[in-house]
Ligand binder design. Sequence first.
Ligand SMILES: [Zn+2]
Length: 97
Amino acid sequence: MTALPSPAVREKVKDYITAGRVRIVTATRDEVDALVLGSSPDPYLVAYNESQGWFCGCPARVTCSHLLAVALVWRPGLRDDAQAFLDLNLTTTEDGS
Ligand SMILES: [Zn+2]
């Protein structure tokens, strides 16, 4: 469905992370709440939990750079396949068994 992030998106994600624009509010192993300062003056709320999947408050209804940035800060091990991780969690429901 969704292709790998374009170079432009990767640059954006890298910028969010290196510029400290990702602020993790609360994080556990299974859930995260974060704020990402994007192009709007107000940061976007980005959240993930197992029952509802990923959420970002930005206007994009796709896997956006904010989700990717939070995923990478939250779980750095996902760096290589964050997109695959997000696609999985956006489109399927895993029971974790
Ligand atoms: Zn977003």
